[in-house]
Ligand binder design. Sequence first.
Ligand SMILES: NC(=O)c1ccc[n+]([C@@H]2O[C@H](COP(=O)([O-])OP(=O)(O)OC[C@H]3O[C@@H](n4cnc5c(N)ncnc54)[C@H](O)[C@@H]3O)[C@@H](O)[C@H]2O)c1
Ligand SMILES: O=c1ccn([C@@H]2O[C@H](COP(=O)(O)OP(=O)(O)O[C@H]3OC[C@@H](O)[C@H](O)[C@H]3O)[C@@H](O)[C@H]2O)c(=O)[nH]1
Length: 345
Amino acid sequence: MAANSSNGDHQTPTKSPPLPSPLRFSKFFQSNMRILVTGGAGFIGSHLVDRLMENEKNEVIVVDNYFTGSKDNLKKWIGHPRFELKRHDVTEPLLVEVDQIYHLACPASPIFYKYNPVKTIKTNVIGTLNMLGLAKRLGARILLTSTSEVYGDPLVHPQPETYWGNVNPIGVRSCYDEGKRVAETLMFDYHRQHGIEIRVARIFNTYGPRMNIDDGRVVSNFIAQALRGEPLTVQSPGTQTRSFCYVSDLVDGLIRLMEGEHTGPINLGNPGEFTMTELAETVKELINPKVEVKMVENTPDDPRQRKPDITKAKELLGWEPKVKLRDGLPLMEEDFRLRLGVDKN
Ligand SMILES: NC(=O)c1ccc[n+]([C@@H]2O[C@H](COP(=O)([O-])OP(=O)(O)OC[C@H]3O[C@@H](n4cnc5c(N)ncnc54)[C@H](O)[C@@H]3O)[C@@H](O)[C@H]2O)c1
Ligand SMILES: O=c1ccn([C@@H]2O[C@H](COP(=O)(O)OP(=O)(O)O[C@H]3OC[C@@H](O)[C@H](O)[C@H]3O)[C@@H](O)[C@H]2O)c(=O)[nH]1
């Protein structure tokens, strides 16, 4: 009996299989990395997308619910064959096929994360669970953008990753800082229990073009106020400190972390430390020497000092920030002038 009659395996095909579409061989179909960016329509996310899209081997999918982000931030990529944008809330399950997940979705400015604290904590907990579930199903590597806020009002200065923090669990900032702490816990539990490849970045205050004009964070507030000729509102006492990282440096650190071999957590931030009064004076000097600096009331639980210890990022990722505050502020000023319609005279 002829071997090919026993089962279908060896039958001589009567018709040759269809040729693949000619598009299969166009450069846009040769991507070897499909990357999901949650929160990609936001400030950091959209800069990350710009960098990922520069590599022709990447295909990028963004999901965002547009709470604080905007399609405008991604307008140069809309319609690009290697780019896809979906309105989606990460508190709902997501089905896509990807190799890497950058999980950024979460409001980051205190006025926005406090606006609906229950939603903020759901985004951090349920949103991160959903993304970890997706990573588990696909065997994808996932990076979480955690925050320096996990150190709370730190009693150790500067903050190394080994510091466990000093966080109020029931305060008005807890939806965000405790939310991110739970998100970190989930990342490490999925790593230990299910072998998921995880990366955790602890990002310190980051600034740059495309921040929302009325975002409420200090750098965007001061620049917008200086350009509008309004007083710069320093929240009392003004001696509290922050360390500000320019967004291009931060994005470089995120990509190095994702591509490297270390889970983290790893601090990503610029160790240059400034009081809020110093920041106001610098913005005044660089942008509008005529504006006044006004002391206003602060909000509860505002951390009194913050500065990253970036030894680990230097050693493990070969990363350190390059852009100094005095060089980064004018780049942001340019973008704010365009959007506010204020010319340089
Ligand atoms: N910018 C900083 O200084 C800083 C510092 C530490 C950590 N981070 C983290 O980096 C990430 C990005 O921050 P950012 O400064 O770009 O803020 P952003 O507010 O500009 O971006 C957040 C994005 O997430 C989207 N989003 C919010 N909730 C969502 C949800 N439930 N589903 C889908 N999308 C949702 C928003 O619409 C927005 O586009 C956040 O996770 C934030 O916690 C930022
Ligand atoms: O107009 C303002 C706004 C803020 N501030 C002060 O500036 C400091 C920084 O405040 P921001 O609102 O910019 O940011 P915070 O450092 O409080 O939180 C940020 O931390 C890291 C990220 O996770 C988030 O982007 C955000 O939560 C605070 O001390 C605040 O009191 C002012 O003095 N004037």
